[in-house]
Write a protein that binds this ligand. Structure first.
Ligand SMILES: Cc1cc2nc3c(=O)[nH]c(=O)nc-3n(C[C@H](O)[C@H](O)[C@H](O)COP(=O)(O)O)c2cc1C
Length: 220
């Protein structure tokens, strides 16, 4: 039996791949800053039997044309753009089955706090979360997020080598730190978590040193 999956494609901005459509009198893409835009969209998709909503994202600007971001700003071409992650818990609250595909770059944020944010969303969505792993293809994003001296690491292959280590840290935190049964939540003994079932990941790599434990309990 062939199974068809329906996936909607949006972005937390005015213009994702539809230049100029925001000028149409019936277009609502300008409402992206209103949480109701998203809490209306998610149940609409679920009613229409969509499997998931995929959210693209970039942290950089399209600034090659005219050597400036002016054209992108004029056309609202993926700028202004807001963070996709906070949308997900609101949309999860008004749906039961819709999945959420989140795009986040591996180059712009330390993996330790990122691991916790994704664990948090995995809990709050009861496992309806996927991650579109991107390394970031816009130099303007790398320029604004890297410390001096790190910029040369964002040539293509180095970007992917860096992403390999980023994922290694995340997998260690998500899968290697807490045993699935580490949380006892035993009111009789008063023990919430059995410390014998939680391990530090002791990661020491090229880009990151993460000695400790993941701070979230295991998620779906
Ligand atoms: C359909 C499609 C959607 C993409 N969406 C995103 C996105 O939302 N964010 C992003 O940073 N990159 C996105 N990319 C770019 C990829 O992450 C990747 O950088 C690009 O395909 C070029 O490959 P390279 O990084 O190996 O040069 C997308 C690529 C494709 C083909």
């Amino acid at each position: 039996m062939t199974r068809i999956r329906f996936n909607a494609f949006d972005m937390n901005c005015v213009v994702h791949p539809s230049p100029g459509l925001w000028r149409h009198p019936e277009d609502h893409s300008r409402d992206y800053t209103d949480l109701r835009y998203w809490t209306d969209l998610a149940p609409l998709l679920e009613t229409g039997y969509f499997d998931g909503l995929f959210l693209a994202d970039v942290l950089g600007l399209y600034d090659l044309y005219g050597a400036s971001p002016d054209a992108a700003l004029r056309a609202a071409a993926q700028v202004p753009v807001n963070d996709p992650l906070p949308l997900v818990s609101a949309m999860a609250a008004v749906t039961d089955n819709l999945g959420f595909g989140l795009t986040t770059g591996t180059a712009f944020e330390h993996p330790f706090p990122f691991a916790r944010r994704i664990s948090t969303l995995d809990h709050l969505t009861d496992g309806r979360l996927g991650w579109n792993v991107v390394t970031g293809y816009l130099p303007s994003a790398a320029e604004n997020t890297q410390s001096r001296g790190q910029l040369d690491t964002f040539e293509h292959d180095a970007r992917y080598d860096h992403a390999d280590e980023y994922l290694e840290v995340l997998y260690k935190l998500w899968e290697g730190s807490w045993d699935q049964d580490a949380v006892l939540a035993d009111p009789v003994s008063g023990v919430y978590t059995d410390p014998a079932k939680v391990r530090p990941i002791n990661h020491a790599g090229t880009h990151y040193t993460v000695p400790g434990i993941h701070v979230s309990e295991p998620s779906p």
